[in-house]
Design a protein around this ligand. Structure first.
Ligand code: 0FV
Ligand code: MN
Ligand code: MN
Ligand code: MN
Ligand code: MN
Length: 594
């Protein structure tokens, strides 16, 4: 039964209102009647008149295939030369890791390698060092005594790299009353480290919460005082803007390399040269992946037939690189970019372009995964389903060829669920219903594509096994909590435009409706909820196998990447020519000067 009276029953109009229409919806719940005023920009098709289609009013793509294909890479000879030099530096760096016996120095080195973006070369070495430290944690931490910087590094590196470690490690930095005391000579670095460590907090870790408040306060005080070197001030400002744990990895790598350029003390010059060379070599690899994907996308020719959807190849590749930056993860980036291209188109069909009847049909066809049912679909949906069908089967073929595993049943189930979650939102919208925040979010972490992204990541992983595929559902918890973050970041960045053009009530509106509060209050509440889901996600950061490590890293990179895209509004759909563009240039186009 419909809870709300249809608000779409107003007569057909020949042009869409430029401004949203104000209509009153009457809703009956039990014996109570609710009236609310809504803004609508949608109307439904009647009988045999062509349906009125809405438009997303999204800006055009700025990364045409022509432009992408014209990107130049390093010449083959030069690349060989650079590779050789890199390999020399790589061996020297490996020796640094192996030779370093001093715990504080080992930790600093690992932190530098990770932030410079070269840690992936030394996975085993780093994991050996951390395992050893973890095995004798008590001894190690008492050896560090009142070195706050090193202790906080120890905590952060262990936790971020999948080892279990308790917040009690920081007990020695509190007085009898439980207040933090800083005794080390390098105060600001210690505080900075404590600050970054505290953002790896799990639910219920009060000590870390207090550490966060304490360090934040002190660091803000330091900035206000105006003391310290330029380099240090820059680092503190960067940290206060966003903690490391929330940042998109590759963006941070470049920032860190550039920041090290200025600072003369902080880093071994050998490491810096290595990192720059490696960054540029990896960038060449990204460039050729991007070119290949752009050929795939333009070759599909979907955009010529369906010009009303967001066309975002380069941005989609940026999402993919956010999920997995390591060169080894190229297969993951390739498939992620493809699914994001298609799912964005499908999302625009559900949110903006399609009629409810069409959406029902499309959902059924995807759910049945039946190419012969395609003739039931309207013309514009046929190519879209066909492209999806082919992409899934191509990936399925590859995995069967390489691993003897059939992933198609899992992939089609996940696409069916994706479309069902879209349909649910479309129904809420077209029926003028506003779900509770809880109802909305339980559907929302799916509709924002988290389970789909993670299943495809798993299938593209090097360590995929039949076991791993079967155990995908055991990643439910981390999928849900990182997915909630993805949904919340997305809604915080996109809902203003979405509501303006007519879309399902997003988390903010659901909460406003449920609690009768202002948008400002709802946004504040959502920010708090995000903190909760970060704590929850941090709680799942432990792993026992390479495939778990890989998948969980992709999972935690989802909210980091979403954070990047939605920090200043809708950096994916609407504002593509600012931060998004400038990072596409830094990550994929412009080498670092050496
Ligand atoms: C953003 O679009 C978005 F995240 C989409 C379409 C999914 C793409 C998938 C990845 C980037 C992994 P929009 O804000 O329109 O999404 P909703 O779900 O809010 O309609
Ligand atoms: Mn949408
Ligand atoms: Mn949507
Ligand atoms: Mn959105
Ligand atoms: Mn990582």
């Amino acid at each position: 039964t419909r809870q709300a009276m249809s608000i779409y029953a107003f007569p057909m109009i020949s042009v869409l209102p430029r401004r949203p229409m104000i209509v009153t919806a009457v809703e009956h719940r039990g014996r109570q009647t609710f009236r609310r005023t809504l803004q609508v920009r949608s109307c439904i098709a009647t009988s045999n008149v062509a349906p009125l289609r809405r438009s997303g009013n999204y800006p055009q793509n700025i990364w045409t295939d022509e432009r992408v294909q014209s990107l130049t890479s390093t010449s083959t000879e030069q690349r060989e030369e650079k590779r050789e030099r890199r390999n020399v530096l790589k061996e020297q760096t490996r020796n640094l890791i192996l030779e370093q016996q001093q715990v504080a120095e080992q930790l600093r080195l690992i932190d530098h390698l990770q932030q410079l973006g070269v840690a992936y070369h030394f996975k085993d070495e780093i994991s050996d060092v951390l395992s050893r430290l973890h095995a004798s944690l008590d001894g190690v931490s008492s050896q560090l005594e009142d070195d706050l910087h090193a202790t906080a590094l120890l905590f952060r590196l262990l936790r971020a790299n999948g080892f279990s470690v308790s917040q009690d490690l920081f007990e020695t930095f509190r007085d009898e009353k439980g207040n933090f005391e800083v005794r080390c000579e390098d105060q600001i670095r210690g505080l900075l480290s404590l600050y970054e460590a505290s953002y790896l907090e799990k639910e219920g870790e009060i000590l870390l919460k207090e550490a966060m408040d304490f360090a934040t306060d002190k660091l803000k005080g330091f900035m206000e005082e105006g003391s310290g070197s330029l380099g240090l001030r820059e680092q503190v400002a960067h940290a206060l803007q966003l903690p490391l744990n929330w940042r998109m990895e590759r963006v941070q790598h470049r920032w860190f390399i550039e920041a090290c350029n200025g600072a003369d003390d902080a880093i071994n010059p050998l490491l810096l040269e290595f990192a720059k060379l490696d960054y540029n070599l990896v960038q060449d690899m990204y460039k050729s992946e991007l070119r290949e994907l752009s050929s795939w996308w333009s070759g599909l020719g979907l955009l010529e037939k369906l010009p009303f959807f967001r066309d975002r190849l380069a941005e989609n590749y940026l999402w993919a690189a956010g999920f997995a930056y390591e060169p080894d993860s190229w297969r993951c980036r390739m498939i992620q970019t493809k699914i994001i291209c298609l799912v964005t188109m499908i999302d625009d069909i559900y949110d903006v372009y399609g009629t409810l009847d069409e959406l029902q049909l499309f959902t059924d066809v995807v759910d049945r995964w039946d190419l012969t049912a395609m003739d039931k679909l309207p013309e514009y949906m046929k190519l879209c389903f066909f492209a999806l069908f082919n992409m899934v089967h191509e990936e399925g073929y590859r995995v069967m060829k390489e691993k003897g595993l059939d992933i198609v049943p899992d992939l089609k189930r996940i696409w069916g669920n994706q479309c069902k979650s879209y349909l649910k939102e479309a129904k809420w919208f077209h029926h003028g219903q506003i779900p509770t925040l809880e109802e909305y979010l339980e559907n929302g972490y799916v509709s924002v594509t988290t389970p789909m992204v993670l299943l495809h990541a798993l299938c593209a992983g090097q360590d995929l096994t039949g076991e791993a595929l079967k155990s995908f559902s055991s990643y439910y918890a981390i999928t849900r909590s990182t997915g909630m973050l993805f949904r919340l970041y997305d809604d915080m960045g996109t809902s203003t435009d979405e509501i303006e053009r007519g879309d399902v009530a997003k988390c903010i509106q659901c909460y406003m409706h449920e609690k009768g509060v202002t948008e400002e209050a709802a946004r504040k509440e959502m920010t708090g909820l995000m903190r909760k889901y970060w704590r929850e996600s941090n709680g799942y950061l432990s792993w026992n196998s390479p495939v778990e490590e890989y998948l969980k890293n992709v999972a935690i990179n989802i909210p980091r990447t979403a954070q990047f895209f939605y920090l200043y509004g809708d950096g994916y759909g609407m504002v593509v020519d600012r931060e998004t563009k400038s990072q596409i240039i830094s990550l994929f186009l412009e080498p670092i000067e050496i």
